[in-house]
Write a protein of this length. Structure first.
Length: 423
């Protein structure tokens, strides 16, 4: 049910307003004609995406990011050397080892995959003694896991953003913002001639970064551009478009639907990171359109609503926690680094309950009302402003009101407070 706007909170700055799926809610990717504040937010969000594309091109040199982000499935598969960046390739294997040695493996985030059937099995574990923990925490048995990997199984660590290091996690948000698509890291560990999942194509784009050891990759031309697995035959055959060996510091970008296969080398172990970029397809867009509006003459506004809903579900990856936030807020945000958190871009909410003094937007899986007096500050954040003094120069709010608005933007998931000097 759509919640009512808290007028007191909205008057100060920001209020979370409720469920994006409420009946009568319409999402739009374009500002209302003649609404200067909506237009300013829209343009700032587009500049933020342009900045993310430029940052991604700098972080992953050699990747034609402009082509990749503007061509759905038709972009070329390409390999390139990213070793000249400051990304910590040498730290990845140690970071994964440290997680497997000390992490809680009771979930299925980490698994071993048998190439014969592609099915995951749980890692062999060692358990903490019950006398030290009433609920035993699973730890990987290093010798048993190593033996399984040597025998041809692949160790898979899904959603490993927190395990492989903050620099790699930063890349997740930059990619998500540049592509306007949910992005995550999956880490793969193999040894010997392991073939992984055999020849196949994925229903999402992937950026493969080799972090340790070597792998031979072979990428084929697709049978169809930007295929949807439920619609297109799962055929992984085709003429080879590119093949080569990835070593640490090398990467390959493979668009959705391009078949590929991989092989290891005798007596060598390999660790690579896969950035899975889940771009919207037609099923995603139509999935949130009311059934009664799915006709042969579907309106552009309905398609915009569907794409807006998809983008509003993209959530940023948190990189700081409550202690840093507590200290910064207690200190009045002086010296704190502020980061905007809106990878899905600007999505406007249209309902019958709109008020003229607030703008309703959607992001991070919720809707929120932003008072128009906060718009200049949010635009400044989208443009890269990172300190409260920079926001004060562009916003008419009193200092206490500005600090309160930033806190409310943070509670709504739009702003993150980092340590002094952090990125």
């Amino acid at each position: 049910m759509q919640q009512s706007v808290d007028p007191v909170a909205a008057a100060r700055g920001v209020a979370i307003t409720g469920d994006l799926g409420a009946r009568g809610t319409v999402l739009s990717l374009t500002p209302s004609g003649g609404d200067a504040e909506e237009q300013a937010l829209y343009e700032a969000a587009e500049r933020s995406r342009t900045a993310a594309v430029a940052a991604l091109a700098s972080m992953v040199p050699g990747w034609d990011v402009d082509e990749a982000t503007t061509s759905l499935g038709g972009a070329r598969a390409s390999a390139f050397d990213v070793g000249a960046t400051e990304l910590p390739f040498a730290d990845v294997a140690g970071a994964v080892d440290a997680y497997l040695a000390g992490g809680d493996l009771r979930s299925w985030r980490a698994s071993l995959v048998d190439p014969a059937d592609g099915l995951p099995v749980q890692l062999p574990q060692q358990f903490k003694a019950r006398d030290t923990a009433p609920d035993p925490v699973g730890r990987a048995n290093p010798f048993a896991v190593a033996d399984a990997v040597r025998s041809g199984r692949t160790l898979v660590l899904n959603q490993s953003e927190t395990q492989v290091g903050s620099d790699w996690a930063l890349l997740v948000d930059v990619i998500a913002t540049a592509f306007r698509a949910p992005t995550q890291i999956n880490t793969y560990v193999s040894a010997g001639l392991a073939q992984g999942f055999g020849s196949h194509w994925d229903d999402h784009d992937v950026l493969i970064v080799q972090a340790h050891g070597r792998k031979y990759w072979e990428v084929s031309f697709p049978g169809a551009l930007a295929p949807i697995r439920q619609v297109v035959v799962d055929d992984a055959s085709g003429e080879v478009a590119w093949s080569g060996i990835l070593e640490p510091g090398w990467a390959v970008y493979i668009p959705r639907g391009w078949p590929h296969r991989v092989n290891g080398f005798v007596d060598e172990s390999s660790v690579h990171l896969t950035y899975s970029i889940r771009r919207a397809n037609l099923i995603d867009v139509l999935g949130s359109v009311p059934p009664e509006r799915l006709t042969a003459e579907i309106e552009r506004s309905d398609l915009e609503h569907g794409l807006g809903y998809f983008r509003s579900q993209i959530t940023p990856f948190p990189r700081t926690g409550p202690i840093t936030t507590l200290d910064a807020v207690t200190d009045g945000l002086r010296g704190a680094t502020l980061r905007v958190r809106l990878p899905g871009g600007m999505v406007f909410v249209r309902t019958s309950e709109l008020r003229g003094d607030v703008i309703h937007i959607a992001g991070n899986m919720q809707s929120m009302a932003i008072h128009r007096n906060v718009v200049p500050a949010l635009c400044a954040l989208l443009d890269g402003a990172s300190h409260i003094d920079e926001l004060a120069e562009r916003c008419s709010l009193a200092p206490d009101e500005l600090r309160a608005a930033i806190v409310q933007l943070g509670e709504a998931g739009l702003v993150e407070i980092g340590r002094v000097g952090s990125r």
